[in-house]
Ligand binder design. Structure first.
Ligand code: ADP
Ligand code: MG
Length: 343
């Protein structure tokens, strides 16, 4: 079903993206591949279909399951969960790693300092020619990130049969985690191969909707489809949201769009949670059409009733770009833009 809301796992449920999957296959000579693109562009779907088709053992970790400021224990829990399905095949190898115990169909790690070493684990997994995929890997940032990054850097140099595929919707933050531009990072200056997912063009967006409705046996007036394509800007996740909402009985684009904006608003609030209220103001300013440094600065100062230092504002703008929310004073996702007006 093209309009299934979950990430796709089968090629037949995935629209287009042949080129990107082919590119992933051809990129496996690189130790680290990043699969980037804004939220809902289809990263998880492409990753899952790719992993399913490739004839290699793989682990998939969803870094969103980690709490902020996660530590060793949470990280190893995540790893244990992702290892479970592979245990029958990897059990022997895992048993030989310090601090690992197999308990039936579970794997237990000694997560204390001096317990299981991630480096040693990767070295052993290397013998099995594994692909380690980490979804939304910018979420690995935090106090424990150094250990994860060191282990990945070690694998880069020594484990020639391991591949890492990291996805990230917050592209700048993903690169911050890897530290390819940070001289103090072990991955400084290393080559990371990037596969980028772009939005569908107008023709593909329309075809996606037509095919999805055809599959469901529902006829939708072409002007409704055209309008949806215009407003959802080729983002597969929003097109899917439109399709599935329509099939569920909401036959009105404006209503569906309002629901999408509410969803985006919740996500936005979560994304900037814990950051200063200036993030919200800058987002709102840009959403309301401030298109330059001076205009955004004036907007924030007027709202706050005080002057804002340039370095603080610079920092907020840079972070919002690293979060892939805005670029050059424009939103990357029109639904997020609408949601930001409600902040
Ligand atoms: P991301 O991981 O980039 O946030 P997902 O893979 O979760 O994106 O996709 C978001 C939504 O859009 C899901 O409902 C998914 O099924 C749908 N989707 C994304 N790309 C495609 C595609 N190429 N074909 C069909 N559905 C897609
Ligand atoms: Mg995803």
């Amino acid at each position: 079903m093209l309009f299934d809301d979950r990430p796709k796992e089968e090629r037949k449920a995935l629209f287009d993206r042949e080129k990107e999957i082919e590119e992933l296959k051809n990129s496996l000579r690189h130790p680290i591949i990043v699969l980037t693109g804004i939220r809902r562009i289809g990263k998880t779907s492409v990753l899952k279909v790719f992993l399913k088709e490739i004839k290699r053992e793989s682990l998939l970790l969803d870094a969103r399951a980690l709490p902020p400021n996660y530590g060793r224990r949470e990280f190893f829990n995540l790893l244990a969960n992702s290892l479970r399905p592979s245990l029958p095949r990897l059990g022997e190898i895992l048993k030989s790693v310090r601090g690992i115990r197999l308990a039936g169909l579970e794997v237990e790690f000694d997560w204390r300092k001096g317990g299981t070493s991630l480096v040693e684990l990767f070295d052993r997994l290397d013998e099995r020619n594994l692909i380690i995929a980490i979804d939304e890997a910018q979420r690995l940032r935090g106090p424990f990130s150094e250990e994860v990054r060191n282990a990945i850097a070690h694998a880069y140099d020594y484990d020639s049969n391991l591949n890492f595929i990291l996805t990230g919707s917050e592209v700048g933050l993903l690169y911050d985690f890897l530290g390819t531009e940070d001289p103090s990072s072990p991955l400084y200056g290393r080559y990371i191969h990037e596969v980028r997912l772009e939005r569908f063009d107008e023709r593909n967006s329309l075809e996606f909707l037509e095919r999805g409705f055809e599959e469901a046996g529902v006829r939708v007036p072409p002007e409704v489809l055209n309008q949806a394509v215009r407003e959802l800007d080729g983002i597969p996740g929003w097109l899917t949201f439109f399709g599935s909402s329509y099939l569920a009985g909401k036959r009105d684009l404006a209503t569906i769009k309002r629901a999408a904006i509410q969803l985006a608003l919740e996500e936005l609030k979560n994304l900037v949670k814990g950051r200063s209220s200036r993030f919200l103001l800058v987002l709102k300013g840009i959403a309301e059409g401030r298109r330059s440094w001076t205009e955004v600065k004036r907007f924030v100062e007027e709202k706050e009733g005080r002057t804002v230092s340039s370095s603080v504002l610079q920092n907020v703008l840079e972070t919002l770009e690293k979060m892939s929310l805005v670029k050059d004073y424009f939103f990357l996702d029109p639904i997020y833009e609408e949601a930001s007006k409600l902040l």
